[in-house]
Design a protein around this ligand. Structure first.
Ligand code: PLP
Length: 395
């Protein structure tokens, strides 16, 4: 007997992956330079020399048994301490090592955070458009994901719709800013209002409500964008961070959970993370990679190409007539499709122009398309005539 749950998931695979596979197939047929692949959020710049040198130094100079040995259940203390100090230095916080738990990327961090603050059947609210993997991330815990419809004029929070959905069964709110897919960064005004509502609702319902803040793009913020440090605004915040994008290390699977030191149960939640790991088989990220990132916590890869690509695409696409809310960060943008049916539009551009975009339906926001512009500026520039052709084909 095979698992019904996981075999059923095979019928519901990722549309992003489907379009990405089509792009790879076309690249094999006609050459990668002739395919304009905007599908996958894989960083396009290398990690830092300091990170690589730090790993070499560890391998050459550290005791092999310690370096490649099992990490402690709550992950390596010196690394947790370095993360706490870096956050305090950069954001004026007061984390202690006991508030930090190293994880396998943001995905691992979310798997721990959601399990620590929900029971099966509890509601977790998120906001469209959102990263489609939130569905399996939340479903896997037994909690129920509820989605607030998008405010497509700004992609900030649609507070009226949110308030309508709040009820005593809601235990956690899951946000992602800077946002995949819209590229929007929640403003100080948005976060302040969200924090105020959650504080009021905690009182009204007589239980804690946790804000789970998914922050893999925290370091990719463009000039002039208001980018508040979310944990500062609400005591019951659990920050889920990743080095996948900031240090271009998605394959190394490294990130962390940081529970706001002002959260009453901060240390308990971190201790519980060690127990969640036993259940999920997570058993800590590699000791080598934990120690490696601890050496470069205040660094990022050279992320400037993402802003350069955004500037070109935003200026040129809006001049052609595409409607788009200007991204404040990440390496995504989320324009409206020129026709209402985003699937039809993205299939058309893929098959007729080899311009591969992802329909917004995958992010619970129809009528839009996601461009992942973590690619070369050369590809961006050569793709512009195709965007022009595509919009003309719809008239
Ligand atoms: N959350 C969002 C919004 C993402 O876009 C991603 C990856 O693209 C993740 C979480 C998972 O990131 P990680 O590679 O750190 O597990």
């Amino acid at each position: 007997m095979i698992s019904k749950k996981y075999s059923a998931m095979l019928n519901n695979t990722s549309i992003i992956r489907e379009f990405a596979q089509y792009a790879s197939k076309r690249a094999a047929e006609i050459g990668a330079e002739n395919v304009f692949n905007y599908t996958i959020g894989n960083p396009s710049v290398p990690t830092t020399d300091d990170f690589n040198k730090g790993l070499i130094d560890l391998i050459q100079n550290e005791d092999s048994l310690a370096l490649h040995g099992y990490s402690p259940t709550l992950t390596i203390y010196s690394v947790r301490k370095a993360v706490a100090e870096s956050l305090n230095r950069r954001f004026g916080m007061e984390y202690v090592p006991e508030d930090i738990f190293m994880t396998s990327g943001a995905a691992g961090a979310l798997a721990h955070a959601i399990r620590c603050v929900t029971e099966p059947g509890d509601e977790v609210i998120t906001f469209a458009p959102y990263f489609p993997e939130y569905v399996p991330y939340v479903d896997g815990t037994g909690a129920v994901l509820k989605v607030v419809p998008a405010d497509i004029t700004s992609f900030q929070i649609n507070f009226d719709a949110f308030l309508e959905m709040m009820n005593p069964n809601v235990q956690a709110i899951l946000i992602n800013s800077p946002n995949n897919p819209s590229g929007i960064v929640y403003s100080t005004e948005t976060i302040t209002r969200l924090a105020q509502i959650l504080s009021e609702k905690q009182e009204e319902y007589g239980h804690d409500i946790y804000l789970i803040s998914d922050e893999p793009y925290r370091e990719i913020v463009f000039e002039g964008t208001d980018s508040p440090f979310i944990s500062k605004f609400y005591d019951n915040t659990i920050c889920c961070y990743s080095f996948s994008k900031s240090l271009s290390l998605p394959g190394e699977r490294i990130g962390y959970v940081a529970v706001n030191p002002k959260c009453r149960d901060a240390e308990l939640i971190i201790n519980m993370c060690g127990q969640v790991s036993r259940f999920t088989g997570h058993n800590c990220p590699s000791s080598l990679i934990q120690l490696g990132v601890a050496k470069v916590l205040d660094e990022t890869s050279d992320l400037s190409i993402y802003e350069k690509n955004k500037n070109i695409l935003y200026k040129e696409l809006t001049a052609m007539g595409y409607e788009c809310v200007e991204p404040g960060g990440t390496f995504y943008m989320f324009p409206k499709t020129p026709i209402a049916d985003a699937n039809e539009f993205c299939n058309m551009t893929a098959h007729e122009l080899d311009l591969i975009l992802v329909p917004g339906d995958s992010f619970m926001c129809p009528g839009h398309m996601r461009l992942a512009y973590c690619t070369t500026t050369d590809m961006v520039e050569r793709s512009l005539p195709l965007f022009e052709k595509a919009i003309k084909m719809c008239k």
